[in-house]
Design a protein around this ligand. Structure first.
Ligand code: NAD
Length: 416
């Protein structure tokens, strides 16, 4: 079974468990699982190859899953593997995340099946603008607000903002994750990793793990992994291993994160980081440590390696890094897991703050953004942990239950 199928099966498993606990009937489940609207478009782009212009078409998607609690919200992914099934599953996950953190948004996701590495800047701009033109009828400041995801970035959001504004007037709130100069929020870049570290620390305290006695292993040193490492190191945790797509580096006495950041800026990879020995990405997950943060890909912890994981706490910075079979094995062994739904929600929370600042035309400073982020994440975690303790269920089950309950209630109130 490929990774995408494993993830979709894993998500279905966790959702069904929560639906059963909430005693939801067939039609109620159907209503909560089905998309409000699924849009598929063809995006034409003129590609320049060997001095010749050729017209090429790409398939684009936007799935608007549920908007019972507010406008649709979710990222836009440019990746060759994008298809309707994947976008549909990710749109659903956004609905549960926005509900869990209790912000007035629903869930959506979009994407184009394209390898952005193969496009030059002009072609990427044309793709982003054409995608926006064709999606303009279904997006809107109070309807659906895209954001960056894999393969897209603040520049792509800037092109989309400009394209949309040509026909609607200047609308900064049409996308989030913009450059700060165009209404992007201070603190947005580090928000997801900052939130992961905040929650890791909060949960670590509950199982008597102290920063000075906790070794941390982080898989993936991109946006989320690097900012998680910075924030955990600043709280006093010892980061003993890091990795990127090329492999991992280990130093039992602790890796200086500034040193790792400088090395990657100069060399484009962590490989060869001085003072460290190398380790494969697979072996890295099985290193002796107290806290493991998968911050790269989905389905990296499966039934095949769950038994070898030594961490006491796993914080899911990536989306769906632990399959449901592995989850069961780890829970049985008493490993505490902070689920993706909760762990990486700092990103969409900061996006919400950006949207609010744009609507108010009043930017906040970084300290305000991060303080609000911390306090909202703490409240969310407290609600999840109270429910988990009351019902004697794990954090994932409690998070899904809380989120689904909120969406189901809004659906009923609105009479969908
Ligand atoms: P990124 O592209 O900035 O970084 C990804 C990192 O993973 C890089 O270090 C890359 O080298 C590494 N990587 C890629 N393939 C790998 C492999 N096969 N084995 C080990 N490492 C590999 O991405 P990101 O924004 O940091 O996102 C990481 C994860 O977090 C993704 O699952 C993403 O969906 C999730 N996420 C991100 C955000 C956000 O705000 N960026 C929010 C929520 C969830």
């Amino acid at each position: 079974m490929d990774k995408k199928c494993i993830c979709q099966e894993t998500q279905r498993h966790f959702l069904n468990k929560a639906f059963d606990r909430l005693k939801l009937k067939g039609a109620q489940r159907e209503l909560l699982l089905s998309s409000f609207r699924e849009t598929r478009i063809t995006v034409p782009v003129t590609l320049r190859h060997n001095g010749e212009n050729t017209l090429h078409t790409f398939q684009g998607y936007r799935v608007q899953h549920n908007h019972a609690r507010g406008p649709f919200k979710g990222g836009l992914r440019f990746h060759p593997d994008v298809n309707m099934g994947e976008i549909r599953a990710l749109a659903q996950l956004m609905t549960w995340k926005t509900a869990l953190v209790d912000i007035p948004f629903g869930g959506a996701k979009g994407g184009v099946s394209v390898d952005p590495q193969q496009l030059n800047e002009t072609e990427l701009e044309e793709l982003s603008r054409r995608f926006c033109q064709k999606m303009a009828p279904i997006i809107g400041v109070h309807e659906d607000i895209p954001a960056p995801d894999i393969g897209t970035n603040p520049q792509v959001m800037a092109w989309m903002l400009d394209e949309y504004s040509k026909t609607h007037g200047y609308r900064t709130a049409i996308v989030t994750g913009k450059p700060v100069e165009l209404g992007g929020s201070a603190g947005r870049l580090e928000a997801t990793g900052y939130g992961v570290a905040h929650l890791a620390h909060k949960v670590a305290e509950t199982i008597s793990l102290t920063p000075e006695h906790s070794r941390v292993v982080i898989q993936g040193f991109g946006n989320v992994g690097s900012h998680t490492a910075i924030a955990l190191a600043s709280k006093g945790y010892k980061i003993i291993a890091l990795s990127d797509v090329n492999g991992g580096v280990v130093n039992e006495t602790g890796i200086l994160i500034d040193h790792a950041l400088r090395h990657i800026a100069e060399n484009g990879t962590l490989t060869g980081l001085s003072g460290c020995s190398s380790v494969s990405n697979a072996d890295l997950l099985e290193l002796p440590c107290e806290i493991l943060v998968p911050a790269a890909l989905e389905a990296t912890i499966t039934c095949d390696n769950a038994g070898a994981i030594q961490a006491k706490l796993i914080v899911e910075a990536a989306n769906m890094p632990v399959t449901h079979g592995a989850d069961e094995q780890l829970q049985q062994r008493g490993v505490v897991i902070v689920p993706d739904l909760l762990a990486n929600v700092g990103g969409v929370l900061a996006s919400y703050y950006e949207w609010v600042q744009n609507l108010q035309q009043f930017p906040w400073d970084r300290e305000t953004v991060l303080a609000r982020l911390e306090s909202r994440l703490s409240r969310t975690y407290d609600a999840v942990s109270v429910l988990a303790n009351e019902q004697q269920i794990d954090l994932r089950c409690a998070a899904y239950e809380l989120a689904i309950r909120r969406v189901e209630h809004a659906v009923r109130l609105r009479g969908f």
